[in-house]
Ligand binder design. Structure first.
Ligand SMILES: Cc1cc2nc3c(=O)[nH]c(=O)nc-3n(C[C@H](O)[C@H](O)[C@H](O)COP(=O)(O)OP(=O)(O)OC[C@H]3O[C@@H](n4cnc5c(N)ncnc54)[C@H](O)[C@@H]3O)c2cc1C
Length: 572
């Protein structure tokens, strides 16, 4: 790439003076600019697929100071002086799946997550779609792992006791021209080995999804698309890792590292300083910061926020399938780096609309604005015009972690010999995780062996995690038996989602030791219905307080400091 030419173009178009430095792995750009969107665009202009170099974008946003990451409130010496074979940084789907795959070996494994539960980053705020990979055009790591990951879902979810549905997805064509263009998907599916993709006619799509009858001329049917609860799967991976000997340390942030030129010598956390023979960077939007701590910054992450709207499954006028409108030439041009969102049917039966995609400066910006809600609803409602805005019961934002090259970075560091990066795991990272976690574990074993460490298989490894009881899914007879054996399963606490006291107690005593209101909500859905916890939250707080023998005012919503009750006002 002729960097001088790009520098001139940037100056002409954006008035920004960029200086460029290169080394064998990266092109490093610096300068100043007063617009974050432009900084991201400029970064992309330096992507050179031929050289394979990563862009390190050091252009400063004028007038902004980078926000300090959210850190745990706890500070102690719990981990001080400990020595581990492998330390995994980050408890998202990447870190938890990697820890679980590593637990197949006899190793001392520690996973550090800075929040009070796993699945707090993108892994807890996404659509839960197990993608087929049809949107990926070119050969890349994302494509490799998404196709492999998708095919593993039945087995992984069976082993981990997590619900998975493979109900397919429909991309609706609204004109004959778009339908004609849609044929390119067939060629791509064949090339990528995505089975069963076909174009169906108007009659067939209208029989499957009658709500599109006024505008559909046909659709692309992608039968291998599935859905899973992203946080339940992440939790299940973490729990299975713990059951097989790994340690998950929550409220534990990696703050800095001590290193020589080619080796991390110690890791400083808020719970003490520890050491590791192998460090695996699964830190999501902070993966480049972790790389920098290790003296290995050779890529940049630019956070990309997405908002999803959650609809009441009991509302009228909703579609019954995962559907989206096929992109037109115009939308394709505007949505280069997203799949464009759609109407998603979650594994729990809710309809999700979204996500959208906006580049944001703050890596932990999960705020939701009315403009986002309007944008997502207005974009997706043409696909099902009978959907009502009043059916929206909740909305949330997640932040993707793309690199400028828009592909996963899954490799051993070429500079720091005890470091592996699992970085830039943007969408569809949830789909890909079951596949890449196996390769990452193998890379870690190879790294350890190269350091002279003996690594044996864990003879006691058990891939199976029992799924927690879900009383509403049992038959009447089974539920009667359950209630007879434990009457708590007959006491309904969350009316919207029909969650019993027995299930809530079970969730409080989970293998990760998470006893917060959000922790219960993610495990058994208490508070996820139409009233969003309006009725059940006090009862959940009461149950946590009783089970953990603490006062109501000590019960947390989620992270440290998130107290809900301030004290008693009257006693009955
Ligand atoms: C809106 C949205 C919709 C999406 N939809 C889909 C979809 O339908 N299907 C799909 O396949 N993919 C989807 N994705 C992508 C998917 O969510 C991500 O690829 C995946 O969750 C990334 O997982 P991760 O573990 O790499 O990162 P994360 O889940 O972000 O986890 C990183 C973790 O590292 C922790 N951490 C960071 N720094 C430190 C530190 N210093 N010390 C300790 N811990 C630290 C964080 O707290 C966080 O928990 C979506 C993403 C978004 C945002």
């Amino acid at each position: 790439m002729n960097y001088k030419k790009v520098v001139d173009t940037v100056y002409k178009q954006y008035g920004v003076k960029v200086s460029v430095d290169t080394d064998d792995r990266s092109v490093i750009i610096s300068g100043e600019c007063d617009n974050w969107q432009n900084i991201v665009i400029i970064g992309k202009m330096f992507v050179d697929k031929k050289s394979g170099k990563h862009v390190v974008n050091n252009i400063r946003l004028i007038g902004a100071t980078e926000k300090y990451p959210i850190l745990p409130t706890v500070k102690d010496k719990k981990l001080d002086g400990t020595d581990w074979d492998v330390v995994v940084i980050g408890g998202g789907i990447s870190g938890c799946a990697v820890a679980r795959e590593l637990s197949k070996y006899n190793l001392k494994i520690l996973l550090c997550e800075k929040h009070s539960d796993v699945a707090h980053g993108a892994s807890g705020a996404n659509d839960g779609m197990v993608h087929a990979g049809i949107d990926l055009k070119r050969k890349c790591l994302k494509l490799h792992y998404v196709v492999r990951g998708n095919s593993m879902y039945e087995q992984v979810c069976r082993d981990l006791g997590v619900e998975f549905k493979r109900e397919g997805q429909y991309v609706v064509f609204t004109s004959r021209f778009i339908k004609f263009l849609g044929r390119s998907y067939l060629t791509r599916a064949k090339k990528h080995g995505i089975a069963g993709v076909r174009i169906i006619g108007k009659k067939e799509i209208c029989a499957i999804e009658p709500r599109v009858k006024d505008f559909a001329v046909g659709a692309l049917k992608i039968p291998t698309t599935g859905s899973v609860s992203p946080y339940k799967l992440t939790i299940a991976y973490a729990e299975n890792a713990v059951q097989n000997g790994a340690v998950v340390s929550l409220d534990t942030a990696v703050l800095s590292m001590e290193h020589t030129d080619d080796k991390i010598t110690s890791i400083v956390t808020n719970r003490g300083t520890l050491s590791a023979k192998c460090v695996i960077n699964c830190a999501g939007v902070f993966a480049d910061k972790i790389a920098e701590m290790a003296g290995d910054k050779y890529f940049s992450i630019h956070p990309r926020k997405g908002i999803d709207l959650l609809l009441d499954p009991k509302a009228n006028g909703l579609p019954t399938n995962a559907i989206s409108l096929a992109p037109t030439l115009k939308t394709l041009k505007n949505n280069k780096n997203t799949k464009g969102g759609g109407i998603v049917k979650t594994v729990d039966g809710n309809i999700l609309l979204g996500p959208n995609a906006h580049e944001v400066f703050d890596r932990e910006d999960t705020s939701t604005e009315m403009s986002d809600i309007n944008e997502v609803f207005n974009k997706q409602s043409p696909c099902c015009p009978s959907m009502q805005r009043s059916s929206i019961i909740a909305y949330f934002a997640g932040v993707r972690a793309p690199s400028y090259e828009e592909d996963f970075i899954i490799e051993r560091s070429s500079k720091v010999k005890n470091l592996i990066h699992v970085a830039a795991i943007q969408s569809p990272g949830l789909t890909a995780a079951p596949a890449f976690s196996i390769d990452v574990a193998e890379k870690a074993v190879e790294l350890l062996r190269s350091q002279g460490v003996t690594v044996d298989k864990n003879g006691n490894f058990n891939p199976v995690r029992q799924s927690p009881v879900c009383a509403k899914e049992l038959s009447n007879e089974q539920r009667d038996e359950l209630i007879k054996s434990n009457p708590d399963f007959g006491k309904i606490i969350c009316r919207c989602e029909e969650v019993s006291l027995g299930e809530i107690k079970q969730a409080i005593h989970n293998p990760l030791g998470v006893a917060t209101v959000d922790g219960v909500k993610r495990r058994v859905r208490a508070g996820m219905g139409r009233c969003q916890g309006g009725f059940c939250m006090p009862l959940v707080i009461k149950t946590i307080a009783e089970e953990k023998n603490v006062s109501y005012s000590e019960v947390l919503k989620g992270d440290g400091g998130s107290y809900i009750a301030v004290g008693e006002i009257k006693q009955i």
